[in-house]
Write a new protein. Structure first.
Length: 302
């Protein structure tokens, strides 16, 4: 079909509306349908290819892997890049770089003040202490900020989604004290890989891509009056550090992992050798001229 014929068909479909509906939904859906009609025409997509793709999407939804697919196809990073650009255009700069949330956050983790232990002592990974402060735009410590942290175990698996782990294993919320400090004790995580037999891996195979992430730790950092920060730090030295299937590694989010021992671990109840990461989070003040960083998204809760 030529473009005029496709446009006429689209017009007929759009004109079939007899009720107001939702203006924003209409704009977005009509645009996506138009782009897909053009794609089918330009690439001469066959009926078999179309129905195979539709079935793929259905099965991906059923398997709960849409969040994973969105990360792997770069959509989640793209949304970050667009928000970065809007902030830059509004002259908003500074603060810790954001990077993607990913699909594996679980709301409701236990909250403590100043320090938390994330692991239950059974994970064979290397002991980790991460500590630092939450700062504002002026570099002043922020009391009462909330640091939500979650990461994978020594097999790259996340509690809740991996039912073999205790509830909220490697997930906690830590409130900063008057000094703006947070600290946690845990084990060094291992990089995540998409489920080998799953729908995401199936498509990555077709695209000639891998489904590995470098070892990382996720954070939401929030405080009243400040823009909520969604970010991660990466464990330096990981072979996938700059080859993340979700494109989330960024300059400024790869802190040094120090070797520590003895007295350094005392304040955290840690003995012997351990890995130590010092990392300060910097928040920027909330403003009305840039989109909010609070994102509506269906999230697991326990
Ligand atoms: C993860 O742990 C993750 O952070 C992302 C973005 C996708 C899949 C698994
Ligand atoms: Fe993750």
């Amino acid at each position: 079909m030529n473009k005029e014929a496709i446009d006429a068909l689209l017009q007929k479909i759009n004109d079939s509306a007899t009720r107001e509906g939702n203006a924003r939904t209409k704009t977005i859906v009509n645009r996506i349908v138009r782009d897909l009609f053009y794609t089918i025409e330009d690439l001469d997509v066959t009926p078999s290819e179309f129905w195979t793709a539709l079935n793929y999407l259905g099965e991906t939804g059923q398997s709960g892997e849409f969040g994973l697919l969105a990360a792997g196809l770069g959509f989640e990073h793209f949304l970050d890049a667009r928000l970065d650009e809007k902030e830059a255009k509004a002259g908003l700069e500074g603060g810790t770089p954001r990077t993607i949330e990913g699909p594996l956050y679980v709301a409701g983790a236990p909250e403590s003040i100043g320090h938390a232990r994330l692991d239950d002592g059974t994970d064979p990974g290397e002991t980790l202490v991460m500590r630092g402060r939450v700062l504002n735009d002026d570099g002043k410590p922020l009391a009462n900020a909330l640091v939500e942290v979650w990461h994978a175990n020594h097999l790259g698996n996340y509690s809740h989604f991996d039912r073999s782990q205790p509830v909220f294993n490697l997930r906690r919320s830590i409130r900063t004290g008057a000094d703006g400090k947070y600290a946690f004790t845990s084990v060094v995580p291992v990089g995540y890989s998409v489920p080998p037999g799953g729908k995401t891996q199936q498509l990555l195979d077709q695209l000639g891509r891998h489904g590995h992430r470098p070892a990382h730790i996720h954070f939401f950092v929030s405080a009243p009056g400040y823009r909520k920060l969604t970010t991660q730090i990466n464990i330096d030295g990981d072979p996938y550090l700059w080859d993340d299937f979700a494109f989330a590694t960024r300059e400024g989010l790869v802190p040094e992992v120090k070797k520590a021992e003895g007295a350094d671990g005392k304040p955290y109840g840690v003995q012997g050798n351990f890995a130590l990461i010092d990392f300060d989070f910097a928040l920027v003040s909330e403003r009305s001229d840039v989109p909010t960083t609070e994102v509506d998204r269906a999230r697991a809760a326990a």
